[in-house]
Design a protein around this ligand. Sequence first.
Ligand code: GLA
Length: 405
Amino acid sequence: MKLRTLLLSASLLSALATFPSTLCLAQAPVAQTPPMGWNSWNYFADKVTDKDIRGAADQLVATGMKDAGYIYVNIDDTWEGERDASGVLHTNSKFPDMKALADYVHSKGLKIGIYSGPGTKTCGGYAGSLGHEQQDADLYASWGFDYLKYDLCSFTPDVMEKQAPHDKAAQMKLMIAAYEKMSKALKAATAKTGRPIVFSLCQYGWDSPWEWAPELGGNSWRTTGDIEAHWQSIYDIVSQQSGLESYSGPGHWNDPDMLEVGNGKMSLAENRTHFTWWAILAAPLLAGNDLPNMKPEIKAILTNKDVIAINQDSLGKQGKRAYSDGEVEVWTRELQGGAKAIAIVNVGSDRTSNHPFHLNLEKAGLSGEATGKDLWTGKEVKLTNNMPIELDSHDVLLVRVDHAM
Ligand code: GLA
């Protein structure tokens, strides 16, 4: 045998010997529509335990939320323990066995998510992934995780301000590189398992993540600071979304933060409007409420199939505020097949009868009268030019018009 052939055969044999571990498995694309699920932070915050996550998985199934599309059960911050001498991160006592927990969630036909950050510490002061990115990505993959929320927090003081003080451009480079590092680590880890991991960037919308996150493999990125369970917070967040529409699309979504539907003291109208906006904005729908004690009217909002269909529309085109008139805002979203969603929201604190509102069809993107479905009542509605629309404070009329003109 010639030397060259011999060498070739030897390298072929050695490649075959390592075949199972070096095999790159083809991965299904993720987040082709905005991810849907539940996350522990908005209700449990730092109190979340293994039992709560199992309970959430059980409830997603029992309430019909799973059937409505809520698939991811995401553990937020405060699961982390200490690193051992080899740098391997362990869980704390609230999460005795992550692999068993992931198996349990998977056994319900659901997927499971986890949380970390690029700094030394997470926002809650637990161990971050700095310097251990590949080790952590491999760990999540070995446990069977399907989703990672990666939260900036201590990376700012620990790395950006230390390594590049007062140099905004250099700080940005460091931050982007940190997210890219984890994105690559996840890709390497999942190439071995074949189980893709959704990569969700949490960086509060500082430094326009919509401009750089999609390129490095981000499936979503927070566009704002933390949401709170009251109208003002929801409205402030929504008011910051204009102009971001073009950055969002299948596989990569603007994320105005997790849902507060069912939390705090919001009225039913406010909960409906909050959910409507997240549908129009093509936002990830990550419920954050107390599932075992969910009221029927909250379940009805979260599982409204017509509204979810707006959120999950396959065109993947984020909607926008078309116009506002006094204290009424008209939001629109283009849907697959030429359909349209039109949301008319009374953002004021008075009923519109005190400040009459008349719909302007042209400004709402309709070229003529249209008949559609009121997605919160299920009734047919006819939209005509100048028609008066009466809404309670913070309430919404959401209409789907198929075959819009
Ligand atoms: C930040 C994030 C929140 C949550 C907490 C956890 O504040 O924005 O969504 O993850 O950290 O500590």
